[in-house]
Ligand binder design. Structure first.
Ligand SMILES: [Fe+2]
Ligand SMILES: [Fe+2]
Length: 305
């Protein structure tokens, strides 16, 4: 019944569709409730320790040319540092959400984000992507590859909301803004778009098999997180139209920074046709926007960004 064979496109797989992420289904979408999302988490476990990076190490050093390694570092480092940032910032939301069933799910998401950091750390360490001592050193070195928009989105926009929620957990409008940035923009628009193209590219090139296996598991986790975000924002917008306005306002506010993250700093400013992982910035943007629009429709909002 569960089709997880490699011949099935990733996003058509039964275990991916089970997450109820609106971007994966055309037409009517039934969003899972918080308990169903929690139960899905129990059924979708995986371990970074099960991955063997021996072939990936050979591919990275002997089959991928140095210039391409450098270009790939932008995408990979965005994920490595991005996973660390979201793992570190989710605690205040977990405390602030108004219902216990929401909180139960968010506890599982914090564990997932920790596993995603551990996955990238193992990949960087065992493949020898960076010459650095420990996790903190590797994160600092990976950060060198990122652009100012990444810093603005994660270390300013997202962090400001997390800090406010930590001080005032009863500020539900701030919780809605936080989920809009975290689940809709960072995970839904940026992470899932990057994952889609990076996995496809490695599959086409026949490179980094253990990375592809682990990153596919990360992507399945992210679809579940985004499904939570869509459910939460829909429920909150139904409770009070003020929250729907907060979602729209936040999307407009963070749109330029999110767009900037899609474009590596080594790319020509004016050229949106330059490619990374086999696709142009324009194609990446179009994919990200379509996913956002499908999710906003299910939440009950027209696309604003
Ligand atoms: Fe993650
Ligand atoms: Fe996530």
């Amino acid at each position: 019944m569960t089709d997880t064979s490699p011949s099935t496109p990733r996003t058509d797989r039964v275990d991916f569709r089970a997450t109820s992420d609106p971007a994966l289904q055309a037409g009517e979408v039934k969003l899972l409730d918080y308990r169903e999302l929690y139960e899905l988490w129990e059924r979708q476990q995986w371990a970074t320790q099960d991955l063997d990076f021996a072939q990936d190490r050979i591919d990275w050093h002997e089959r991928i040319p140095p210039e391409e390694r450098f270009q790939r570092m932008y995408g990979l480092s965005s994920f490595f540092v991005g996973e660390q940032r979201v793992a570190a910032e989710l605690g205040p939301l977990m405390r602030a959400v108004p219902d216990e069933a929401m909180r139960l799910f968010l506890c599982t998401q914090i564990a997932d984000e920790a596993r995603h950091v551990a996955f990238f750390d193992r990949f960087y360490r065992e493949v020898g992507v960076l010459d650095a001592g420990d996790l903190d050193d590797r994160l600092r070195a990976a950060h060198e590859h990122l652009n100012p928009e990444f810093h603005e989105l994660f270390d300013e926009q997202l962090k400001a909301r997390a800090d406010r929620l930590a001080r005032e957990p009863e500020d539900l409008e701030c919780a809605v803004e936080f989920v809009t940035i975290y689940h809709m923009v960072v995970e839904g628009m940026l992470a899932l778009t990057g994952q889609h193209f990076i996995i496809d590219y490695n599959e086409q090139q026949g490179t980094l098999p253990a990375f592809v296996e682990g990153f596919t598991n990360v992507a399945r986790d992210e679809h579940r997180h985004v499904a939570f975000g869509a459910r939460f924002l829909r429920d909150m917008a139904r409770r009070d139209p003020r929250y729907g306005e907060a979602i729209q306002r936040t999307l407009i506010e963070v749109g330029p920074a999110a767009d900037g993250v899609l474009k590596p700093k080594w790319m020509d400013e004016a050229d949106d046709q330059e490619t990374l992982f086999g696709v142009s910035v324009d194609e990446t943007r179009a994919f990200a926007m379509q996913a956002l629009q499908r999710r906003l429709k299910v939440i009950g909002l027209a696309a604003a960004a």
